[in-house]
Design a protein around this ligand. Structure first.
Ligand SMILES: Cc1ncc(COP(=O)(O)O)c(C=O)c1O
Length: 382
């Protein structure tokens, strides 16, 4: 039975999983101090790039002996730089449980054509058997699977005395989940995700062991200039103090600096995690009191607090994919939720971004609208 539209609308309908909602205090005027029209190699530009690196270290609690670089091509650029530069030295285990992890498998198996790759996959909503991972190999995995809403529960499964490297795509986890740095050799993320920054640049974080790999191993394939992190067998240290390989967007850099300031103002990483957890709880509380909708992850321990994926479970639904799309479209049409349809490769449903830039009041306000759209679509079916 169709129900009346709720009285309250989310003040901000932006629940996209990337680019994600900008910080709640965002306005373009905040970028007025950007060093535009100047060389990124001028002192002012270099200082801003270095501040982006230093602020990242401070808020994410990254150890002093880890390198942090700003690299081209967003998170994808950072991950592929690592795969192309480091893999092939030993066997590799590829762990994938959703679309982006599967993309890294394609890179390694079909593009790099590594013959010593073991691929471990799980269906959407599930996770691979982490206890089966052999850390004599390099291990490539996605900390938080953005398209299934499934994340690793923690880093306990990663061996401290591993011989291989861990290469972790943490783009939808960094700034929302605790990342145990001693367990991670290569970590990547993009500004466009949890802090609601701009795309284009990726962050590449290297442990001392990852640097050792770069300096002791040269892959047999050619490396384009934008992937090259060494010169004459030595790490190009400049990259890790803000001397980017090619020209960055100083507007995007300024925006990231503003986002980092906001992150400090909400209590840093702890504050950001608490905000994401509160947003996720608002969704889970709703799901638990409505029997026609459920979360996609099977095990609550692996449920994301950023990309929260939902599925409709009502037996009256005739065409699952069409139904979910229609609900998302109806919500978008009302201007109460943008971009919350499930990812194109994922099972039909909704995906609500719950990272810290989203206000909990907006998530709470959205929930009755989902019920409204659901009932309207059920009624429209008959
Ligand atoms: C887990 C994961 N990896 C990689 C990407 C690609 O990120 P980008 O477009 O910033 O390169 C995304 C984007 O949503 C993602 O969620």
């Amino acid at each position: 039975m169709a129900i009346d539209a709720p009285a309250t609308r989310p003040a901000n309908p932006r629940f996209s999983s990337g680019p994600c909602a900008k910080i709640p205090t965002f306005e373009l005027a905040k970028l007025a101090d950007a060093s535009l029209g100047r060389s990124h190699r001028a002192a002012v530009g270099k200082a801003k790039l270095k501040a982006a690196i230093d602020g990242t270290r401070e808020i994410l609690g990254i150890p002093d002996d880890y390198r942090i670089g700003i690299v081209p091509a967003s998170d994808t650029g950072a991950v592929e730089m690592a795969l192309w530069s480091m893999l092939g030295a030993r066997g590799v285990e590829m762990l994938a449980w959703e679309s982006f992890g599967a993309g890294w498998v394609t890179d390694v198996v079909k593009q790099l054509k590594l013959d010593n790759a073991t691929v471990k996959t799980a269906e959407y909503g599930e996770i691979v058997d982490l206890s089966s991972v052999d850390f004599a190999h390099d291990v490539v995995f996605t900390w938080n699977g953005t398209t299934s809403g499934v994340r690793v529960p923690n880093g306990d499964w990663i061996a401290d005395d591993r011989d291989g490297l861990t290469i972790c795509d943490a783009t939808s986890a960094a700034f929302a989940q605790d990342l145990p740095w001693p367990k991670l050799d290569v970590t990547t993320f993009s500004w466009q995700k949890v802090l609601g920054g701009e795309a284009a640049h990726g962050m590449l974080i290297l442990s001392p062991r990852a640097v050792e790999r770069l300096e002791s191993y040269t892959p047999p394939w050619p490396l384009p200039k934008i992937f090259r992190m060494t010169k004459g067998g030595k790490l190009n240290e400049g990259i890790f103090v803000g001397e980017t390989i090619n020209t960055p967007s100083m507007l995007a850099v300024e925006d990231y600096l503003v986002s980092l300031d906001w992150a400090r103002s909400v209590g840093g990483l702890k504050g950001l995690i608490a905000r994401a957890d509160a947003n996720t709880k608002a969704v889970v509380d709703f799901v638990e009191t409505h029997d026609w909708i459920d979360v996609l992850p099977r095990d609550p321990a692996t449920m994301s607090n950023t990309s929260v994926c939902l599925k409709f479970t009502d037996p009256r639904i005739k065409d699952g994919a069409g139904f979910a799309k229609a609900v998302a479209k109806r919500l978008e049409g009302e201007g109460v939720a943008y971009d919350i349809g499930a990812y194109r490769d994922a099972p039909p449903g909704l995906r609500i971004w719950c990272g810290g830039t989203v206000e909990t009041a907006n998530v709470q306000a959205l929930m009755p609208w989902i019920e409204w759209a659901f009932e309207a679509e059920i009624a429209a079916q008959s």
